[in-house]
Design a protein around this ligand. Structure first.
Ligand code: DC
Length: 214
């Protein structure tokens, strides 16, 4: 039996990252935030003076990615948000990052969060969650995060930007954001982080047990 994979997908600021990290700790599994792979790829293209939407430059950056690139402190800034979204729509980039994600989970199992974990990277994962929240609530959370970092932004502008990124993630031809047929949806709009975690852990434990994992 292959080691357990927990796939967590959903739109930006739905609470996936916090949830996935806590699930990984509770289950004793390694955790990978796959958004960092796209962010680090976009960062590399920008650092090299390239254009993130250029397929050749983006694919070269994805192939050159090293684990240390994921540790950089400058991956969650607006220019990298845009660069990551641009490289993520390029099929050659997604192909270059596929092996990294699959081998991450191969040895001990893993919790991975992203947009296509349950649909493309690990379609056979025994436990899949689709974590979502209303656009207004996700925009509010992102705005609070920015405020905490000392970045002044208008809530309307944050919401408009998020709506545009949602539309791009869902409309792209390469691995569009959508729930896997066998994913359980968790809507965190009206849940505290603890409530979302309790609901997610119950679903994941039940799915893993059903698939024969102790
Ligand atoms: O989750 P995030 O905001 O860190 O993701 C950064 C970008 O990468 C975002 O535009 C969505 C994209 N992404 C993706 O296409 N597939 C993934 N598995 C993870 C992220």
């Amino acid at each position: 039996m292959s080691p357990p994979i927990v796939a967590i997908d959903g739109p930006a600021a739905a609470g996936k990252g916090t949830l996935a990290r806590r699930l990984a700790a509770a289950l004793g599994l390694p955790y990978l935030d796959t958004g960092l792979l796209y962010r680090a790829t976009g960062r590399r293209v920008l650092d090299a003076g390239g254009v993130p939407s250029d397929p050749a430059a983006a694919a070269a950056a994805a192939m050159a990615l090293r684990p240390a690139d994921l540790e950089r402190a400058d991956l969650r800034v607006p220019p990298v948000d845009a660069a990551a979204a641009a490289v993520a729509s390029i099929p050659a980039v997604r192909a270059a990052l596929l092996d990294f994600q699959r081998s991450f989970g191969a040895e001990r199992g893993a919790v991975l969060d992203g947009r296509d974990i349950g649909t493309v990277i690990f379609p056979g994962a025994p436990a899949k969650l689709f974590v979502t929240a209303s656009l207004a609530e996700r925009a509010r959370r992102r705005w609070l995060e920015l405020k905490a970092k000392g970045v002044a932004a208008a809530l309307d502008a944050v919401e408009a930007d998020m709506a545009a990124r949602d539309a791009a993630d869902a409309a792209r031809a390469a691995a569009p954001l959508r729930p896997a047929d066998d994913a359980v949806t968790i809507d965190t709009t009206d849940k505290t982080a603890d409530q979302a975690f309790d609901a997610a852990l119950a679903v994941v434990r039940e799915r893993l047990a059903r698939a024969g994992y102790a």
